[in-house]
Design a protein around this ligand. Structure first.
Ligand SMILES: [Zn+2]
Length: 285
C-alpha cells in the first residue's frame, strides 16, 4: 500500500502553461551585451547605429547585404549570384558539408559567403564585393573565390574601381585544396587589374584571417580596416606556441597593424563611405 495516492481530478490542475507563456513579455533577443564595454544595449539602437556600440564604439559584425546598402546608393544591382558549392570532396566532419551548406543557405538566404554588386559609391561607379561572416564563418571555398574573381574581372573590363569588404575565418577546410587554389586565382586576377591600372581598395573587417589575409585582403592599392578588427594569418595561440614568446597587447588588431605598417588607415564605420569616396577621388584624378 502506498502512503500517498492522488486520485485523478482530486486537485485542480495548475494554470495552463500556455496561458503563462502568453503573459510573459518576450525580452530574449531584444538586448545584446557589448563585448567591448559589457554594456547592455538595445538591439534596435545598435542597428540604428550601424551595428557600432554607442558607448564604446565597438564594431559588431555587419552582414553583406547591409554593408552594400550602407556603401552604395539606392539602385545598385546584385550580380554574379546563383553559384553553389558542389562539395567536391564529399566532405563530412561532425556533419556532412552538404548539410552545413543547406543550413547556412537557409539561415542567411545567400548561396555562399559573398555578394557582388555594381552601383554608385557617391560619384564613382564601382564594383563592390562583400563577404558574409555568418555563412560558415565567411570561409573561402570555390564559390567565394570564383565570385570575387568575377568581381575583379568585371572591374577590369569596365574600368571601374573594385572594393572588397573582407570578413572571413580563412580558407574553407571542407573544400581542402580547392579552397587554397582560390588564393592563387584571385591574386592572378588582381595582378591583371593592377596592370590595367584600375584601383582596388580592400576593407578589412572583424575578423579577416587565414587564406583571405594571405591573398586578396592584403593586395589592395589601399588596405584599410575597421577599428578593433582581428586581422592575421595564424591565430595568436599557434604563434605563441611556435615562437615560444608572449605576444604583445593588442596583437593582430587593426590599430597595432596600422602602427606596424601593415595597414594604410583605420576608419570608423560611420566615416567609411566618405573615406572611400575621397580615396577614389584621389586615385582617379
Ligand atoms: Zn560597448
Amino acid at each position: 500500500m502506498s502512503w500517498f495516492k492522488r486520485e485523478d481530478g482530486e486537485y485542480e490542475s495548475g494554470p495552463d502553461p500556455r496561458d503563462a507563456a502568453d503573459k510573459t513579455v518576450r525580452t530574449e533577443g531584444l538586448w545584446i551585451k557589448c563585448v567591448g564595454c559589457h554594456a547592455i544595449i538595445f538591439k534596435k539602437e545598435l542597428e540604428a547605429n550601424l551595428n557600432v556600440c554607442p558607448k564604446c564604439q565597438h564594431h559588431f559584425k555587419l552582414g553583406a547585404r547591409r554593408r552594400i546598402e550602407l556603401l552604395l546608393e539606392p539602385g545598385y544591382e546584385l550580380v554574379d549570384g546563383g553559384l553553389r558549392s558542389t562539395d567536391p570532396l564529399n566532405f563530412t566532419d561532425v556533419k556532412p558539408y552538404k548539410a552545413r551548406l543547406r543550413a547556412a543557405r537557409e539561415a542567411t538566404g545567400l548561396d555562399d559567403a559573398i555578394l557582388n554588386a555594381t552601383g554608385q559609391l557617391g560619384p564613382h561607379a564601382v564594383i563592390l564585393s562583400a563577404m558574409e561572416y555568418s555563412f560558415i564563418g565567411g570561409s573561402m571555398g570555390a564559390v567565394v573565390g570564383e565570385t570575387i574573381a568575377r568581381a575583379v574581372d568585371r572591374a577590369r573590363l569596365a574600368g571601374k574601381p573594385l572594393i572588397v569588404v573582407a570578413a572571413s575565418g580563412g580558407a574553407r577546410m571542407m573544400e581542402g585544396v580547392v579552397s587554397l587554389m582560390q588564393m592563387a586565382k584571385i591574386s592572378t586576377a588582381l595582378a591583371q587589374l593592377d596592370a590595367a591600372k584600375v584601383p582596388y581598395i580592400c576593407v578589412l573587417t572583424d575578423p579577416t584571417t587565414g587564406g583571405v589575409t594571405a591573398s586578396f585582403a592584403m593586395l589592395g592599392d589601399l588596405n584599410i580596416a575597421e577599428p578593433g578588427a582581428l586581422i592575421g594569418f595564424a591565430g595568436p595561440r599557434v604563434i605563441e606556441q611556435t615562437i615560444r614568446q608572449k605576444l604583445p597587447e593588442g596583437f593582430q588588431r587593426s590599430e597595432f597593424l596600422l602602427e606596424k605598417g601593415f595597414l594604410d588607415a583605420v576608419v570608423h564605420r560611420r566615416d567609411l563611405k566618405a573615406y572611400l569616396i575621397r580615396a577614389l577621388d584621389f586615385m582617379k584624378a
